[in-house]
Design a protein. Sequence first.
Length: 233
Amino acid sequence: MGGVATFTKVGAMTNHPLDHAHHRRHSPAAERNAAPILAQLQRLLPLQGSALEIASGTGQHAAHFATGLPGWRWQPTDADPQALASIDAWCNGLDNVRPALHLDVLVEARDSPSSELPEKVDAIYCANMLHISPWETCAALMLLASRHLAPRGMLLLYGPYREDPAPTAPSNLAFDADLRSRDPAWGLRRLADVLHQANAVELRLRERVAMPANNLLLVLERSLGPTKDSAWA
């Protein structure tokens, strides 16, 4: 859980307490939602694969998911360089987690693909980034997914969304107003707009999973031919 260059994710803000002895930041939201998200990942994903996490934030999700998915190799990333030590501290001792990388999706989309990232992965996971970053990060994230997902790979997006014409939950409306008061470029995104960006790079919605606290897990799938090995170099 994390963000792009100009912000860090709500739930992994820089004013969260930092355990200096272990370099671990702590997000209560990540602690609460890790178990229900992992349950869905265990249902959706095969026993083995490779995953790229965008906006890993504190690193709590990376550690929890890598532990619960021992057949998966996990590459955490974050746009905040100061988050990397926390991510690595949470994942210390997990052989299936690579050292965290600095990654800003806007820069990645604008420039040549980073040679540090795995060329192809079976899944890309991103939680709670889109509503606390400029709207342009959505298209950048989709472009990154189109570059790095293996055929039949999945992009998994967790967070709150506006779903027209369904009424938005009062708690999400209040959250949206709070976000926009902090930065006019932030705010809950319309699900239709997010899916439009996904469709532009040949990603299709496979499943919409209702999650606790008025959140969704969106499962987007790329289907561009036979599956091939996505092992890391």
